[in-house]
Design a protein around this ligand. Structure first.
Ligand SMILES: *Cc1c(COP(=O)(O)O)cnc(C)c1O
Length: 363
């Protein structure tokens, strides 16, 4: 055996890593460009100080107060109220989805998604010893529901992962499509990953509305994007209480620290102010899409806080040219495409100026 005795299938694999380069304009990992407000920071600090007085004790294992607060927040974004028993949370929605794969995947079972999609999904499947099956999206990045249904019926996945809006394309999935896929999945779990749910355009519903119709539906959310809390690591889901209950078997003891719970609870109190910022970002996104199209570029329809645009014969050269001008975006998605996260108005101006410059140089 070679040292260290890594599992055979993990040898030579690079760990996840979007480049963390120290450049002035960072538009590469879909973060919210606005830090929490001074009031929000003060409330978090107070809540954490309070939690610190009892850090000798393990935290509330079932995080009851936080579940209730998340249920209240979700209920404001759907036609039917969400109850605390329908909510589960973990350290980022990445951990939530890993737990789903640990609970419902496993040897002899498979997980399925449709490419291009979030690059972490196959990693959760691998880590949970679950076979990874991937279908494909259409050229406009939508899903052909007939073909998707057939693939699900053929492969019978234990877990289907459907990001909506999708990363890296920004494409939202219509509720009728989600319903059809939930039906096709039978007893398999269908996860609609709404990490960017709050950024969707008016008239685009959340899959939360469908929870009462499909007991195998899981809607995943995160505080990392709209809530400007990527550093705190808090993701959560809404689903049938039986699903939340089942996850408790695989979670690590006391997985959500008292500090995390206090931080998330304090931040949730500021939801209205944070969502007002989201509205600004949505407007900035729509402007960015329009501007990119005016440059003669192709841009995917986006319901998220980023835009996928192209196509470039040498996308790496464009990416590098932007880095050289102090703007970091993401080289991801199908060949020829690039993804830019939506930043502040000042950051987007820097991005546009740099892109015009790079495209001139490359022409
Ligand atoms: C950013 C993102 C998440 C969120 O991850 P966290 O672990 O909650 O920070 C989940 N799904 C997708 C598709 C994402 O792009």
């Amino acid at each position: 055996m070679t040292f260290p005795p890594l599992r055979e299938e993990l040898r030579g694999i690079e760990p996840y890593g979007a480049p963390q380069l120290d450049v002035p304009v960072q538009l590469n990992v879909n973060e919210n460009p606005y830090p929490p407000s001074a009031e929000c920071v003060a409330d978090i600090a107070e809540a954490v100080a309070d939690a610190a007085t009892s850090l000798n004790r393990y935290p509330d294992r079932e995080f009851g107060e936080l579940r209730a607060a998340l249920a209240t927040y979700l209920s404001s974004d759907t036609t039917q109220p969400v109850t605390p028993e329908q909510v589960w949370a973990a350290n980022g929605s990445n951990e939530v989805m890993l737990q789903l794969l640990q609970a419902f995947g496993g040897p002899g079972r498979c997980a399925l998604s449709f490419a291009p999609t979030y690059s972490m999904y196959p990693e959760y499947a691998r880590d949970a010893m679950t076979e990874w099956v991937v279908g494909h999206r259409e050229t406009d990045f939508s899903l052909d529901i007939g073909a998707a249904r057939e693939l699900i019926l053929e492969r019978r996945p234990a877990v289907v992962l459907l990001p909506s809006p999708n990363n890296p394309t920004g494409t939202a999935l219509p509720p009728a499509s989600v319903s059809k896929l939930c039906e096709a999945a039978g007893d398999g779990i269908v996860v609609v990953d709404e990490a960017y749910g709050e950024f969707r355009r008016p008239g685009v519903p959340s899959a939360l509305d469908l929870l009462s119709e499909h007991r195998n539906l899981v809607v995943s959310r995160t505080m990392s994007k709209a809530f400007a809390l990527a550093g705190a690591r808090l993701g959560y889901l809404a689903a049938d209480p039986a699903i939340c209950d089942a996850i408790r078997v695989v979670r690590l003891p006391y997985h959500l620290s008292a500090v995390t719970q206090a931080t998330a609870l304090a931040a949730l109190q500021h939801a209205p102010a944070l969502l007002a910022r989201v509205a600004d970002l949505r407007a900035e996104r729509d402007e960015t899409v329009t501007w990119l199209r005016a440059q003669g570029l192709e841009v995917a329809e986006s319901d998220a806080n980023f835009a996928l645009f192209g196509t470039f014969a040498d996308r790496h050269a464009i990416w590098q040219g932007l880095v050289d001008r102090g703007v970091l975006i993401r080289e991801t998605g199908p060949d020829g495409w690039l993804r830019v996260s939506i930043g502040t108005a000042v950051e987007m101006t820097a991005f546009k100026d740099a892109l015009v410059d790079v495209m001139k140089e490359q022409a």
